[in-house]
Design a protein around this ligand. Sequence first.
Ligand code: ARG
Length: 464
Amino acid sequence: MSNEKKDKALWSGRFSSTPADIMQKFSQSLDMDWRFYKHDILGSKAHAKMLGHIGILKPDELNKITKAFDEIEEEITNGEFYPTISLEDVHMNIEARLIEKLGPLGAKIHTGRSRNDQVATDYRLYMKDAIEGIQSKLNLFLNTIIEKVQEDIDVIIPGFTHLQHAQPISLGHYWMAFFWKFHRDLKRFQIAYETTDINPLGSGALAGSTLPLDREFTKNELHFSNITENSLDTVSDRDYLLEFLFAASTFVLHTSRLSEDLIIWNTSEFDFIELSNAFCTGSSMMPNKKNPDALELTRGKTSGVLSSLYDLMINTKGLSLTYNRDLQEDKRPVFYSIETVNMILDIMTPLIKGIRVKEESIAHHLNKGFLLATDVAEYLVLKGVPFRDTHSIVGRLVQYCLKENKTLETLSIEEWKTQHTAFDSDILSILSPRSAVDRRSTFGGTARTEVKRQIEKAKALLNL
Ligand code: ARG
């Protein structure tokens, strides 16, 4: 970007002097919106074609304009054309270049158009591409999770509530839990896509146009699915970005929770998993360290994305209708979120793939924390003891074991029987984590059969 050239702003007619240098710096949005250049040109070409369609541009004029836009796009892509901050933004830089190339003919491009509907058009086109990119990476990520579910369906780990041992679960079931969370995110990105996929062009500065602009024509040209209904709403609306930021927020929130679990599992205290070296770093001082930085950064970067949602909500909450320049600040939070979501997906997919599950080490944890206590209580329920009573019987049993330094699995049948007459020798057969998992076969439970059912459903949803 250059700021040496002092081009006259395209709105300079009303002014007898130029803005202060500091005002130009303050006012420019090029550092953010130059990345719209392709979409800006796409939108402008469609607008020109529509102007040709309604007879405002002659066919040869339209051809010249289209050709000039193609050349400008090439100049930018080849690094031959740099924008200048005296022309504020991507829109005026490209328009000024068109006028430079075509003279008075170039000056016709902004007919019936305002930067207020132009920026909305560019942004919506840009976001459609960005969302599609994220969705395809998210699909890959979901595939990786399904592979992991299949690999680990028979691995049993302690399940936690309050980060305390609760009940045994299948590790496949755990991964599957994240499949559903991320699949809801995929759907949320789709909702954001649909909200975005509506043509704002033709709304003008705020009130539409006295010219017979054909909005259906530009809708078709730009492959939008619909047309916005109200020009005032259109130029003041940033809901489509909020919807994207909400989808991005729940997505990173989920990656952050997953990271937290994996960080814990990766400690020597837990030792459930080993992370690939590719996603860890060492310490500058302590030679022993292998830190799970990729996961910590995923958790850390989440705050930036969550703030982005609030950033844009706060930006818009007090704005009178319609366009106010505050809206120019709608880009930084969204671009940060797009980049972060993409980076997290690029990291998380191979990271999850490369996790080594340490089954032997996990097995030691299955003997701790009385994971089968609920199973014992439910055993008594089936013998006709009311659940509340079984709960306190087993609670006392746990106390007994703690005092005697025993586990449920090491109690003798005599000890069981002294706790309650309903205990019989068949109690011993339920005391295995494997059977505890497989007996939880209620719809959505952790049993192998239920995890398999989920895998089939998930595969169908991903068209696998
Ligand atoms: N750069 C501006 C933005 O990003 C474009 C719209 C400016 N409109 C205006 N009336 N000043 O919002």
